[in-house]
Design a protein. Structure first.
Length: 620
């Protein structure tokens, strides 16, 4: 009997020892061999990370003293379903729905049945104003499980014509996330959609912070003090835009569909970029953002289009600057030799009319043909002396048909036709009439206002176009120290003789003193050199796109010069406003005056009133 007992004890001892040995080996394996793996897994399970949204970089004008875009406090309301008592679940959500002005069913859809006992936060609504948060806080005893976090919202201080420059932001889309997830973006990121916001999104983004807390398996908080990794704000951007000049140009253009570009030719800095109609970037922060966007897309005037860089127009008579440069450099036709303009010319069985009334301009040399913008002169020299190949060559020297490479997400290249293109496109051969159309900036030729501005920049610089840009520098958001600055970069350069450029400059000044811009660009503050243009448009009877291309001071140093390019579309009631808008802008810039002061100084108050009411039209 005793022997049997000993055997049982021995067997039991062996079994216990074996089990203990297995557990010991298992513990050794878990804690020593695979300890680090399990420790990492334990942290993942027991640590809840809450994102602390980084402040997006602010945007200032060229003087770094006028904020155009800042961040304002906004809030996101969240719910922790597990903290809501089961019997009061529907009551709490119904009250929250009332505070947020949403339907309870919308909140129910955000919290699926399998998440109702979870202690993980679920975002119910973003861009919630402080007043709503204050109301929720006052009633928090009736809203268990409801909480909120601060989430900065974009505040566009400058709207109107600034909207096309600055752009706007929005939640990242699936398509955007698929492209940018490996650059630090998350599914909750807010990204730039258009304008500077999109172009320099990587600089403006900043880096989100993290709040780490220890939680149990259901997500309930176990630790008292969280571990905070603070966010890093995005870079502060200083643009080349001068707020005063932008507002001056905006008012000078007025409520007329068109665009205006103001730039420093010696650096390529954009001082103003106006496109009308425009929109308010703050609309995209509103609860009705989708509806507001739909309204903008349905507007037949297309306010979302930045006409300064994306719209393509016939450059019309401003193209005669290119023609003049080609004639002088190629010595294709003596500049002193005259051609008679009788008001019309017959070619190829068709009669072509000069823009001026009969009997025409009379006998003109190159200087006066440019000043009076005589079509017949440039038709003849373009067809007979230059030819389409040379015209196309010089158009490209001035940047036509090529990207201006401004730092915006999208821009048009315009178009310069060629015989080869016409053959491919229409299966038709190039005719002399086609060359005549190109010679005066009509036909298939198109350009953006920015490209036309660059033409005058090349003249003002005597042969160089600098890459136009909107970013002046990026600064540290805390110290304001300059981190990155944009230096002038040559975009196009001509090797034409300096004497040719001086002759073109003098001819453009003659256009103001004795030519087509004599009355509209009369200015005592600064001497302006300019070229007018009227582009014929199909669909508008007796109406034309009005161009004015200018730089000033004509007799001043290059670094002091400013280029202004203005177009007013034919859709406007009184379309021939571009020269007047340009003169007002020049007056304001060089006299340091507001729009109202410039108009009064020019004595044009009566004219502004008249043109706001008149349906009268004029030509070059």
């Amino acid at each position: 009997m005793a022997r049997n007992k000993s055997l049982v004890v021995f067997v039991f001892f062996v079994l216990v020892s074996t089990v203990c040995g297995i557990y010991t080996l298992r513990l050794f394996n878990m804690q020593v061999v695979h300890g680090e793996t399990y420790r990492r897994a334990s942290k993942v399970v027991s640590t809840r990370n809450t994102v602390i949204t980084a402040q997006r970089g602010e945007i200032y004008d060229r003087n770094n003293n006028s904020a155009m875009v800042i961040n304002t406090d906004s809030f996101a309301v969240e719910v922790i379903p597990g903290e809501i008592p089961k019997d009061y679940y529907d009551t709490v959500l119904a009250k929250l729905a009332d505070f947020l002005s949403v339907k309870k069913s919308e909140i129910d859809a955000m919290i699926p049945a399998n998440a109702r006992r979870s202690f993980n936060k679920i975002t119910i609504k973003t861009n919630v104003p402080f007043k709503t948060i204050s109301d929720i806080a006052e009633n928090i005893n009736d809203l268990p499980g409801v909480t909120w976090i601060s989430k900065p919202m974009r505040n566009y201080i400058e709207t109107g014509s600034f909207s096309h420059i600055l752009g706007y932001v929005g939640d990242i889309t699936r398509e955007e996330y698929a492209l940018m997830y490996n650059k630090g973006y998350s599914r909750a990121s807010v990204v730039g959609k258009t304008g500077i916001e999109r172009q320099y999104d990587s600089l403006l983004q900043g880096k989100d912070g993290v709040e780490q807390r220890t939680v149990d398996v259901r997500g309930r908080i176990l630790s008292e003090a969280p571990k905070i990794i603070p966010p890093t704000s995005g870079k502060k951007l200083v643009l080349t835009i001068d707020t005063d000049i932008q507002k001056l140009a905006e008012k000078a253009l007025g409520k007329r569909i068109g665009a205006m570009v103001v730039l420093k030719p010696s650096t390529g800095e954009i001082l103003a970029l106006v496109s009308y109609p425009y929109f308010d970037s703050n609309l995209f922060n509103s609860e009705n953002a989708a509806k507001e966007y739909a309204k903008l897309t349905e507007d037949e005037r297309n306010p979302l289009l930045n006409r300064a860089v994306n719209a393509q127009y016939p450059p019309a008579s401003t193209f005669k600057i290119v023609m003049t440069a080609a004639l002088l450099n190629e010595k294709a036709f003596p500049s002193h030799e005259k051609i008679e303009c009788k008001g019309e010319v017959e070619y190829g069985g068709r009669v072509y009319h000069c823009w001026v009334l009969r009997p025409g301009h009379g006998y003109l040399d190159l200087k006066n043909a440019l000043a009076k913008s005589c079509d017949i002169y440039f038709w003849q020299v373009g067809r007979e002396n230059l030819g389409i190949q040379k015209i196309t060559q010089y158009a490209k020297i001035f940047g036509y048909g090529q990207s201006a490479q401004i730092d915006l997400p999208s821009q048009s290249k315009g178009f310069v036709p060629s015989p080869e293109w016409k053959e491919r496109r229409y299966h038709e051969r190039w005719l002399g009439g086609d060359t005549m159309a190109v010679s005066i900036g009509q036909g298939y030729t198109t350009a953006t206002p920015l490209q036309v501005a660059n033409v005058m920049a090349m003249v003002a610089n005597s042969g160089t176009i600098y890459k136009p840009h909107l970013l002046k520098e990026a600064r540290d958001p805390v110290t304001d120290e300059v981190i990155e600055s944009v230096e002038p970069e040559v975009l196009f350069k001509s090797d034409m003789d300096p004497g040719i450029w001086k002759e073109i400059q003098d001819d453009l000044r003659w256009t103001v003193t004795d030519g087509s811009a004599k009355h509209s660009l009369f200015n005592k503050v600064v001497k302006i050199a300019a070229k007018t243009g009227t582009a014929e448009v199909t669909g508008y009877k007796d109406s034309w796109h009005s161009w004015l291309l200018a730089y000033a001071p004509w007799d001043g140093p290059v670094e002091d010069r400013v280029v202004v390019a203005t177009i007013v579309e034919a859709a406007n009631t009184w379309s021939w406003w571009a020269p007047y808008a340009t003169n007002i802008t020049m007056q304001g810039i060089f006299a340091k005056q507001t729009y109202e002061e410039a108009v009064d100084a020019l004595g044009w108050r009566y004219l502004v009133t008249r043109t706001n009411q008149s349906s009268t039209d004029s030509r070059e």
